[in-house]
Write a protein that binds this ligand. Sequence first.
Ligand code: SAM
Length: 206
Amino acid sequence: MRNLIDHLIGYKYIKFESVKKAFENVDRKLFVPESLQDGAYSDHPLPIGFGQTISAPSMIAIMLEALDLKKGDKVLEIGTGSGYNAALISEIVGENVFSIERIPELAEFAKNNLKKAGYKVKVFIGDGTLGYEGEAPYDKIIVTAAAPKIPEPLIKQLKIGGKLCIPVGERFFCDLIVAEKTSAEKIRKKNYGGCAFVPLIGKEGW
Ligand code: SAM
């Protein structure tokens, strides 16, 4: 695990102390299927079943740093997958982390992994393109699947001054966008460059 973290620091994917500590404290092995444990500390995405993946650590580090997560932030994640990213977020912000997964079996997988690792993330099954109105508004929203456009409900559920990190573009190849909500009607977008994600499937997705 140390080699992986040194790699992420060496290539400047990790610059913030809070993100470094999170990667040190969350063991990726606890979120990877048994048969793939040997690859747990490689900087690659790995299959988690149902055609889905746990993202590459470098990609996650870029997204967490771009969001500028702070202790006490209320965060919504769309695409729980294995629960690894949610655990990293929880390490940084605390217990106010909500995560939505559309595939029930993966939501169950993530819940078990998060429990084993000791994180109290609230995981829901549903279409995350609609956000999660029940806990809105959020300081930060992170989407870990590729969307054709930024879903309107997610912008609505963001606080003014809040940030949304989302891959937007083609079904698999897209740009990583961070949208900051500058007023009730306006967002300011910054492009963090090309990336590849599984598609965001749902009413406001593919
Ligand atoms: N964040 C995850 C982790 O740490 O393991 C990796 C997420 S994986 C790249 C993308 C996930 O998004 C998949 O588990 C997929 O089922 C989920 N997904 C796709 N569309 C969704 C939607 N509309 N609502 C919720 N989850 C969705």
